[in-house]
Design a protein around this ligand. Structure first.
Ligand code: ARG
Length: 254
């Protein structure tokens, strides 16, 4: 009887351990030679699919440079934004690089690397539309679901916040007049307007956010390896070259 109890207890403990740790440690990743990287694929110019259906963008170049620095072959997986961190904790990829702002709330669920760039939010509207926080009062604001943009929009007393699965969906509604303003990242805003020569105005910068890569909660060896690789590409010129290619300047946090 006593023995049965202990066997039962052992099974429970082992069971919960394996549940808690659904990730590959860095030595395991190293041994496989491949690192699985998750991203979204709908956030140009950071991560998006080009005409040939290839993943492109700043996040992709940085992810590839980090994999190379670690001596690993990258294998990319696109995943919906709103469930990406859940998928990460389920072990669907080893790390995520999808322009996640480092927030306290998210840091309860996953572990973030040091920021790999700094940026901020802007208001995008049609000519004559809102361009300041005050002008957003009573307006309909669009933002991508589950982003810091959505959270950020709440403080302006809007009439409504319309949420979208992806950023490009919000641009479309803004052009159609279904929302008064779109809150998004400064570089994403610029890319959306420039790439299709849209008649839209972009406000000045409203805040600063630090953007990080994420690993499953507790994957500390992988976290340390990513931080070290980031340090290395930021000091050997690789990061700067990638940043200049996409933005004409170095966007690392100052
Ligand atoms: N930085 C913002 C956030 O973390 C937006 C990121 C959106 N990224 C994306 N791949 N759609 O909430």
């Amino acid at each position: 009887m006593k023995r049965l109890f202990w066997i039962g207890a052992l099974i429970l403990v082992l069971g919960s351990l394996s549940l808690a740790q659904q990730f590959r440690t860095f030595p395991e990743i190293k041994a496989s030679g491949k690192i699985l990287i998750g991203t979204e694929g709908a956030f140009p110019p950071f991560n998006y699919f080009d005409d040939q259906n290839h993943l492109k963008g700043f996040d992709i170049d940085i992810g590839n440079a980090i994999a190379k620095q670690l001596g690993l072959e990258p294998e990319w997986k696109a995943h919906a934004w709103d469930t990406m961190l859940i998928a990460l904790n389920q072990g669907r990829f080893d790390f995520v690089i999808a322009s996640h702002t480092i927030t306290e709330e998210r840091a309860k669920a996953v572990d973030f690397t040091k920021p790999y760039y700094c940026t901020g939010n802007v208001i995008v509207s049609r000519p004559g539309g809102p361009q300041t926080p005050e002008e957003l009062k009573g307006k309909v604001i669009g933002a991508q679901l589950g982003t810091t943009f959505e959270e950020f929009a709440k403080q302006f007393n809007p009439k409504q916040i319309k949420t979208y699965q992806t950023n490009p969906d919000a641009v479309q509604d803004l052009m159609m007049g279904r929302i008064d303003a779109w809150i998004t990242d400064q570089f994403t805003a610029l890319e959306a307007v420039k790439s299709r020569d849209l008649d839209l105005q972009i406000s000045g910068l409203l805040n600063t956010e630090q953007i990080g890569m994420a690993v499953a909660k507790g994957n500390s060896l992988l976290l340390a390896a990513l931080n070290q690789a980031l340090d290395e590409i930021q000091s050997n010129g690789v990061y700067e070259q990638i940043s200049k290619k996409w933005f004409g300047k170095d966007i690392r946090c100052k």
